[in-house]
Structures are given as structure tokens and as C-alpha cells.
Design a binder for this molecule. Structure first.
Ligand code: PSU
Ligand code: MN
Length: 313
């Protein structure tokens, strides 16, 4: 009998870091293949890996290539994700299909969390998370990112929730699912391009050491919870697009979505691209700034998390 093919693979570098208890930060790939235009997408992917490294952590970008789920990618694999015409957007339920058929998939927050968790990675950086879409009362469109956050113990650093979504309902849903939500250094829940959203922070903590303590308190032996943790890290003030300015653009993008009848998993990529078009690229600059900021912060959280491990276990 031949040995079965291993279809979820951790790179040698990431494997060694996890084995030695060094900090690792997972990174998603939908943002590369379906979240930003080429070549900004691949430049961003490379740069973000560099930022994680410069803060003392090992980056683990996650994607499916030729039916193999990779935790930790080579530079040429990032290029494939940025340029290949057939890279499927993949949430967790798409992973079996990609593995079974040998296809390429760019993992959303949900699928990235699942694969990160299988590899033993606890901290993950992205731009924005999915959530409850506006009009979900009739469309039932609620991102599987929320389902996954309820299910796997990974901390997701994002810049909050974009107002293409219903932010209030997204916060309600996270409460129902038992997902701890904390904002780093602010009393307001941020809305991606903006530092505020009109909603207060469910909980506030200040800095990576406090947040690492929360992660240990969540998953440590006392409580032993198995949920993810949502860490909202507001965009730096100098890159912010005020909510009043971006809201008009988002309304127009949502109206265009309706006119074109876009539904299902194409909704989020359509809205992201449409907002970039309407702002003449300004939203893309803000998006890049907040992703960089989140990568740096996630690396610091991963570093503190590892440093505090002996206190908690
Ligand atoms: N929000 C953003 N940028 C993104 C995404 C969301 O501001 O790139 C991507 C992420 O990969 C997220 C996914 O997990 O979209 C959510 O898609 P859906 O709403 O179809 O679950
Ligand atoms: Mn959806």
C-alpha cells in the first residue's frame, strides 16, 4: 500500500517555528486573488510577509494550489495567486472540493482560520472580516467567517467591519456566537476605512500584551474555550477616510450591486472593486495602510502570546 498524499502541508519554515514555540502569523489569500487589483495585490502580499518578519514573527500565507492546502507559501506561489485566471474564492466548505479536484483556491478568513488552526497557528492578520450583509433578513447572506470564528481557536486581527455590511447586526451575531470582540486602543468599534462606526467597542484592551493575555484567558485551561477571537485594530488616523465621506460611495456601490443582480460569493469582491473604482484608488491606499498596520500588530500579539505561554500553562 502506498502512503496517502498529504493534502494539507505546512512549510518547513512555519513547521520549525511552531515546533520551537516561536511566533507565527497566518495571512489569507482571498485578499490577494479577489480583494485587490494586480500588481498591487502581489506587492502587498510580499510586503506584508516582510512586515511580519520585521516584527520578529514568521508569516504563513495560506492558500490551496493544485488541490494541496499550503500553510506557508513561496514567492512564486504568491504570484500564481495574484495572476492565475482560475483561482476560486474558497470559504471552509469549498476546501473539500478544491482538494478533491486538484484546483487552486484563495482562502477567505473562514478557510484561512480553519487551516491555520489545523497547523497550530493562533494569530492571523487580515484587512476586514466578513459579516452580516445589509438586507440579510431576506437574502440570508451572512459570511461563513462568523461561523468559523465561533468554531476554531484563532485570533483574527482586522480593521473592523466595512460598512458594505450591516455593522450592528454583525456585532449582534458575534455576541450570539460567543466570540470575544475587543478593540485595540479605542472605545469605538472601527469600520475598516474609518476609526469609528457609530457602535461602541464591545470590549477595549490596549496593546499586544493585554491582548495576548485575553487569548490565553480564552483558550487556557481555566476556561478552555474553543472560539476564535475578533481583534479590531483601527486604521491609523493619517490614513483614515471619514465615515461620512465613504458612506456615500458605499451606498452607490450597493445600488450598482442591486442593478447588476450580483449575489452569493461574488458580492464582497464586487463591492470591494466598485468602491476602489469610485474613489479613484484612494480606498485602495487606505486598505493597504490598514493591512500593513494589522500585520505589524498581529506579529506583536503573536510575540507576546508566545512570551506569556509559561505564565498560563
Ligand atoms: N472584506 C474586506 N476585504 C476582503 C474581504 C472582506 O474588506 O478582502 C474578503 C475576506 O477574505 C473575507 C471574505 O473573508 O472577503 C468574505 O467574503 P464573504 O462575504 O463572501 O464571506
Ligand atoms: Mn456571502
Amino acid at each position: 500500500m502506498t502512503a496517502p498524499v498529504q493534502r494539507v502541508r505546512t512549510s518547513a519554515e512555519v513547521h520549525a517555528a511552531l515546533r520551537d514555540g516561536r511566533p507565527v502569523v497566518a495571512l489569507e489569500s482571498t485578499i490577494i486573488s479577489h480583494g485587490m487589483p494586480y500588481p498591487t495585490n502581489v506587492e502587498m502580499a510580499r510586503e506584508v510577509e516582510g512586515i511580519v518578519r520585521s516584527h520578529g514573527a514568521v508569516p504563513a500565507t495560506i492558500a490551496v494550489l493544485d488541490g494541496i492546502a499550503h500553510v506557508g507559501l513561496e514567492p512564486d506561489q504568491l504570484e500564481v495567486l495574484a495572476t492565475h485566471p482560475e483561482v476560486h474564492k474558497a470559504t471552509t466548505r469549498d476546501l473539500p472540493w478544491l482538494l478533491a479536484t486538484g484546483r487552486h483556491g484563495a482562502t477567505t478568513v473562514a478557510a484561512t482560520m480553519r487551516l491555520a488552526s489545523l497547523a497550530g497557528i493562533r494569530v492571523f492578520a487580515t484587512g476586514g472580516i466578513g459579516g452580516v450583509h445589509r438586507g440579510a433578513g431576506t437574502s440570508f447572506d451572512i459570511s461563513a467567517d462568523l461561523t468559523e470564528m465561533a468554531a476554531v481557536p484563532v485570533a483574527v486581527v482586522s480593521a473592523g467591519v466595512k460598512s458594505i455590511l450591516d455593522i450592528g447586526l454583525t456585532l449582534e451575531r458575534m455576541e450570539t456566537l460567543g466570540i470575544p470582540v475587543v478593540v485595540n486602543g479605542s472605545d469605538d468599534f472601527p469600520s475598516f476605512y474609518s476609526r469609528t462606526s457609530g457602535f461602541p467597542a464591545p470590549r477595549r484592551l490596549d496593546g499586544p500584551a493585554e491582548i495576548a493575555r485575553l487569548l490565553h484567558a480564552t483558550w487556557g485551561h481555566d476556561l478552555g474555550l474553543h472560539t476564535g477571537v475578533s481583534i479590531a485594530n483601527p486604521i491609523p488616523a493619517e490614513h483614515e477616510i471619514p465615515a461620512a465621506e465613504i458612506s456615500q460611495v458605499i451606498e452607490e456601490a450597493l445600488a450598482e450591486l442591486d442593478r447588476q443582480g450580483v449575489v452569493g460569493q461574488d458580492v464582497t469582491p464586487f463591492l470591494l472593486a466598485n468602491v476602489v473604482e469610485r474613489t479613484g484608488g484612494r480606498s485602495l491606499d487606505a486598505n493597504l495602510a490598514l493591512v500593513r498596520n494589522n500585520a505589524a500588530f498581529a506579529a506583536q500579539v503573536a510575540f507576546e502570546f508566545v512570551a506569556q505561554t509559561s505564565e498560563w500553562w
